[in-house]
Design a binder for this molecule. Structure first.
Ligand code: PGA
Length: 232
């Protein structure tokens, strides 16, 4: 299983260094991908597999405040989240931005973890497939087909992020089967309120290749229980 840990904008330097020591000691057969803030990426010279939470849509140049895929590569970043709903909504990232980021990452051979997901209104109006299809199709529009298998998709319903609510297994299965029709070789993660309790249920979905954890990434004792349950 893949387990990506999205720290979001948490953990100042000293707290992060303590956290990192504990993360390194976790025993698990899952592949952990740690996604700290950019500053904390710079502090992480360990064997832990690194992911970034964002990347610039541009190449290197006069783009104040941006961090490029090429720079991430020089810090051994192997994965990068793109299209997280918090960025789509708070930073107003649009489909074109996300498509450019996808391109930059693949040029540097960094694996994009494309986050997609619907709002509650979209689900209630039965437009989930339509919305997710657009999010995927525009993100891969400029990507050669032979690179599709390098893309990981993280399905995170927006109404499930940080709310304690999760979709039913049949809702997840329906979405994952639909994604598989577009990207048959992509690994599929589920994210949104995953915790050490609901993993017992989520584990029953055979289409899930892993999880994207937000809140749980910061709660180490619960994370430990979660990883043990995944292994057993
Ligand atoms: P959550 O966040 O696990 O806290 O719901 C997941 C995410 O936003 O990636």
């Amino acid at each position: 299983m893949i387990v990506a840990l999205n720290n979001k904008s948490n953990l100042p330097k000293d707290d992060y260094l303590k956290y990192l020591m504990k993360i390194e000691q976790l025993q698990t057969s899952s592949k952990l991908i740690l996604c700290p803030t950019f500053l904390n990426i710079g502090l992480t010279s360990t064997n832990i597999c690194l992911g970034a939470q964002n990347v610039s849509k541009t190449e290197e140049g006069a783009y104040t405040g941006e961090i490029t895929a090429h720079q991430l590569k020089s810090y051994n970043v192997e994965y990068c989240l793109i299209g997280h709903s918090e960025r789509r909504y708070n930073q107003k990232e649009d489909l074109t931005d996300i498509s450019a980021k996808m391109k930059r990452l693949l040029e540097e051979e960094i694996t994009p973890i494309l986050c997609i997901g619907e709002t509650k209104e979209t689900r209630d109006s039965d437009k989930v497939a339509e919305v997710l299809k657009e999010e995927i199709i525009t993100a891969i529009a400029t990507i050669p087909k032979n690179k599709y298998n390098k893309i990981i998709i993280a399905y995170e319903p927006i109404w499930a992020i940080g709310t304690g609510k999760i979709p039913t297994l049949s809702e997840i299965e329906e979405v994952f089967s639909f994604i598989k029709k577009i990207l048959p070789d992509s690994k599929l993660l589920y994210g949104g309120s995953v915790n050490e309790k609901n993993i017992d249920t989520l584990k029953r979905c055979s289409l899930i290749d892993g999880y994207l954890l937000g809140g749980l990434s910061l709660k180490l004792s619960e994370l430990k229980i979660f990883l043990n349950k995944l292994d057993n």
